[in-house]
Design a binder for this molecule. Structure first.
Ligand SMILES: Nc1nc2c(ncn2[C@@H]2O[C@H](COP(=O)(O)O)[C@@H](O)[C@H]2O)c(=O)[nH]1
Ligand SMILES: [Zn+2]
Length: 843
């Protein structure tokens, strides 16, 4: 109480307004006094009729509600409030956002970590703590801090807002909740993205803008230690790591997922700070620095310097690890070769002496805490240990740590920032929209505003890979994706993985959406079909420009490969086997039925009466492979006919061996009873088809395969009700998503172009011809070469010519496709898909 009445000198009041303020020398009571001074110096007490005793009670109550944990204690709360206070002076915040917002922000800082248990949200969620249960995993800690704050304020003696009207109190409450909840690092990307969006047109009169600014301000203050002088910042880092290690130790003990950025075996001070400052802190500070130029020198530049410092330290660590390795090798060598082996030869002792790395340009202090040993965490560790004659087990531990850091593959989890891990830990980050937006839906069509922190949906049995994961995987070549078709889901084993699309895809999707809408509008107004390509799935009208865009973007596309399970995402596991005998069993299999089945309704209707005189009697019923059909399709139908054949080719390529087998098993019986080729009606077939499609999740015969084994390794493609309309994409993806939509689109474009312009009509047999060919016993004998055309359309000659026909046609088509695709600089997958003209083996 005496201290409360003490006067704070002018010098200290000035220092308190600087980001360089050092709270270490002050007792807790003094810090309380300084907090009080902040309210006074901003004139908040007089402006908002805050009684000084109530303020003291409030501050003291807040103080009492902080726990004695290494980092998230009252001193952290003080530092956060002090940084906010310093910023508010530096940029004259009251004049920009008003006194009430400043009052809200300052009070929020004081309350923002109330009753923090020293275990973060990731732990709360994984351990299913009371808080996580209470708040349904949604920012459990921040909700708790906020709740404790309003409990304190419920007490009249502590309620600094008691003179407020209920309307004003509502504003304060809203503002405090918004600010405190914004400190959840899982929302970092969301907030930063939104803030950056409004930055160019920031408007202080726009409440939404000011709200976002306030969220950024409290976040900046919350993570601002590294903006402080080194001697102030480093002890905080030690305390933080102490808390981190305590949590990860507990996680290990309790068998919970170990939070990687907290794991003492996986991080070092420099590695931790490099990723935190580089990926989280600096981008946030820089964004705020864009709005407030005054902050550049005060807090942005010091953060850059801290990053630079830790990067150099990290580099030095790497160098030292390399030296350490050679020392260990030398030691091992001398241990086995020198006469005094086992005692450490003179040579190795000399080596130890000679290795001395002066890597720390700035000596950073450390706490006395045994948990956080500087040598282990910040300095080049191993050499020091070797120099000090460390034990083998110590060396092993370090070597372990170093392995983790050296292993580029370990980077995914070990270097994941708190933001990434926090995002993942939250159930509500999984977008429900992504479950309806599958590979076949252009991202733009979901209308989803996606930022990495998006948290919607369910996590059940879904492992979510967020933007950073995906970006890393794409970078590492583990995952490649088609621009238009980024697979947002795939099954690996019985685990479903879902993805946030990489940002470039979102950007692309927005552009595409715009193009699409423009295209639709233009198409409405114009009859000029030349300008537009109507996709067969009926989903999208793509202008040529859009297609070009697609092409450009497909630089990002290629194969998809998820190393996680050593399984391909986009491509079903299958062996390419050139053994022709494989096809013998394929020829007469009910696969024909299957293929016929897979023909879209539209395709079956390709046989118009006027062009297929011989089939008039069938009235567009599907053609039986045995049924001669020699009429040449008309020019007008050539596209579709061509496409249908291409579909069938892709269909055959897209079937896995197991699936073929399954197809065979499941369709033989029905073929026996219901000889499709000889007379089942289109409606029956159609029903069949839809049934299969519906039960399979996209695969032509996955209905019979849905045992979670093979099928579950494959990505799901979106199915929409109109099975026929979907079949191009469906088949193009082999029903299994092995080709990206972009690939399929490009193939289709090429196909259309070929048929329209460059295609040789003679090389384009009818749909039924290809089907027939697929079933031909001789087919396997002729594939491989590009056989010249031999009157493929000559009536009655198809039985002998079928094999050749298919071969020559398919190869011609495929060759042209490949050439065209290469000319177009199509993505590798597209070319690879087309190149893989060898149908896969049956088994
Ligand atoms: N690796 C580092 N993490 C830091 C640092 N400063 C802050 N943080 C992390 O951010 C959150 C902030 O949230 P809070 O409201 O709980 O304080 C904190 O928990 C730390 O995990 C840092 O310098 N390095
Ligand atoms: Zn905090």
């Amino acid at each position: 109480m005496n201290i409360c009445d003490a006067q704070v000198s002018d010098a200290i009041r000035q220092w308190l307004r600087m980001p360089t303020f050092d709270a270490r020398p002050w007792e807790d009571e003094e810090l309380l006094l300084l907090l009080q001074q902040m309210y006074l110096d901003h004139d908040l007490c007089s402006k908002f009729a805050i009684d000084i005793q109530t303020l003291r009670n409030f501050l003291y109550e807040a103080y009492k509600n902080y726990n004695d944990v290494p980092f998230h204690n009252f001193r952290h709360c003080f530092c956060v409030a002090q940084m906010m206070y310093a910023i508010s002076w530096c940029v004259d915040l009251p004049s920009k956002i008003g006194d009430l917002e400043v009052l809200i922000l300052l009070t929020s800082c004081i309350c923002h970590d109330l009753d923090h248990p020293g275990y973060n949200n990731i732990y709360q969620i994984n351990a299913k703590t009371e808080l996580a249960i209470r708040y349904n995993d949604i920012s459990p800690l921040e909700n708790h801090h906020c709740s404790v704050a309003f409990r304190i304020l419920e007490n009249e003696d502590c309620n600094i807002f008691k003179s407020f009207s209920s309307e004003d109190f509502k504003l304060v409450r809203e503002g405090m909740i918004r600010s405190i909840l914004a400190t959840d690092m899982a929302r970092h990307n969301e907030i930063l993205t939104n803030f950056k969006e409004i930055l160019p047109n920031f408007n202080y009169n726009d409440k939404a803008h000011v709200n976002l600014l306030c969220m950024v301000l409290i976040k900046v203050s919350d993570i601002s230690n590294e903006a402080r002088p080194m001697e102030v910042a480093e002890p905080w880092l030690d305390k933080l790591l102490q808390e981190f290690f305590k949590q990860s130790d507990a996680e290990k003990l309790e068998g919970l997922p170990v939070t990687p950025f907290m794991d003492r075996e996986k991080i070092t001070k420099p590695s931790s700070q490099c990723s935190f400052i580089g990926f989280v802190l600096l981008p946030l500070f820089e964004a705020l620095g864009e709005l407030f130029e005054e902050l550049q020198d005060l807090i942005v530049q010091p953060v850059r310097e801290a990053l630079d410092y830790y990067r150099r330290l990290n580099e030095a660590n790497k160098e030292e690890r390399m030296h350490r390795k050679s020392i260990v090798e030398l030691e091992q060598h001398s241990a086995t070769h020198s006469p005094d082996s086992g005692k450490g030869g003179a040579h190795s002792k000399n080596m130890r002496k000679s290795l001395s790395f002066q890597t720390r340009s700035r000596s950073r202090s450390t706490d006395d805490d045994p948990d956080v040993q500087d040598d282990h965490l910040s300095a080049p560790s191993a050499t020091a240990a070797v120099s000090a004659g460390s034990s083998t087990s110590e060396l092993n531990a370090m070597s372990n740590l170093e392995k983790v850091q050296e292993d580029p593959e370990s980077g995914d989890s070990e270097t994941a920032t708190e933001v990434e891990v926090s995002e993942k830990a939250l159930k509500f980050k999984i977008s429900t929209e992504s479950s309806i937006c599958s590979a076949t839906t252009p991202l733009s069509m979901t209308g989803r505003k996606s930022y990495p922190g998006s948290r919607k949906g369910s996590r059940e049995r879904v492992q979510h890979l967020n933007h950073s994961d995906v970006a890393k995987m794409v970078q590492k070549g583990k995952l490649r994706c088609g621009a238009l078709s980024f697979d947002q889901h795939c099954m690996v084993g019985n685990k479903k993985l879902s993805f946030d699309p990489p940002a470039f895809l979102d950007e692309y999707a927005l552009t595409l959406k715009k193009k699409f809408e423009e295209g639709l509008a233009a198409a409405d107004q114009s009859d000029s079909e030349e300008e537009y390509y109507l996709r067969k799935d009926g989903e999208c009208v793509l202008s040529k420009e859009t297609l070009n865009l697609n092409k450009r973007n497909s630089e990002h596309s290629v194969k998809a490969h998820l190393d996680l399970e050593k399984k391909s995402i986009l491509k079903p596991e299958r062996k390419m086997n050139n053994n022709r005998s494989d096809y013998t069993s394929y020829q007469d299999s009910p696969q024909k039925t299957q293929q016929q089945d897979l023909l879209s309704k539209e395709e079956r209707l390709v046989c118009p009466n006027n062009t297929r005189q011989n089939s008039v009697k069938n009235n567009c019923e599907p053609q039986s492979p045995q049924e001669p059909f020699n009429e040449q399709v008309t020019e007008t139908k050539a596209n579709r006919s061509f496409l249908s054949r291409l579909r069938q080719l892709t269909d055959r390529w897209g079937l896995s061996a197991a699936e073929r087998q399954q197809c065979k098993a499941t369709t033989t019986a029905s073929a026996r009873n219901n000889n499709y080729s000889k007379g089942s009606t289109p409606s029956k077939v159609s029903k069949n088809k839809h049934k299969k499609l519906d039960s399979s999740g996209g695969g032509c015969c996955k209905g019979g395969l849905h045992d979670g084994s093979k099928a579950s390794t494959l990505p799901k493609t979106k199915r929409s009700g109109g099975g026929g309309k979907k079949s191009w994409k469906f088949l193009g993806r082999g029903g299994k998503g092995w080709a990206s939509d972009a690939a399929v689109d490009e193939m289709e474009t090429v196909a259309v172009a070929m048929v329209e312009g460059e295609g040789d009509d003679q090389s384009v047999p009818s749909t039924s011809r290809v089907q027939s060919n697929c079933a031909s016993p001789n087919f396997s004998n002729v594939k491989g070469g590009c056989t010249p055309q031999t009157s493929p359309h000559k009536k009655g000659s198809q039985v002998q010519q079928e094999p050749q026909l298919l071969n020559s046609v398919s190869n011609n088509v495929v060759d042209k496709c490949i050439a065209k695709l290469q000319e177009m600089k199509a993505d590798e997958l597209t070319v690879a898909v087309v190149k893989e003209r060898e149908p896969p083996p049956l088994i």
